[in-house]
Write a protein that binds this ligand. Sequence first.
Ligand SMILES: [Zn+2]
Length: 145
Amino acid sequence: MKCIYCGSEDNKVLDSRNSDESIRRRRECNSCGRRFTTYEYVEKIPFSIVKRDGSRQSYDAKKLKNSIVLATAKRPISEEQIDAIVSDIEKNIQNKMMQEIKASSLGEVVLKILKDLDIVAAVRYASVFKNFQNAEDYRNFLNSL
Ligand SMILES: [Zn+2]
């Protein structure tokens, strides 16, 4: 990032703010001392989620995040970690240039990440995602680990 006044590339970030589409950074040039703002746009390719009944809905990052927040409640997993998981999953799907992903595949991806991170969260996530009905379902899942 070059200073818009003197062209120096030596600057520090004073403040960053994330919105859905961009990251706004307030910078101060280390050469001339002036301040300027830069915007970095995150290019996102939209993709759809194919539900069990075959219907499609556009991917919603908030929904995905909420499902992980619920599963990890009171577990030693920070919101930053959850945001990182969500953005890793998105990047992965976008790198593969996929235009749609099955809800069940997406769930398996989340489950795999949670299994490595925190087993309690993984069991909770699985119970919702796989719609566990009884102790037997839990037992089968735990046996599969
Ligand atoms: Zn400057």
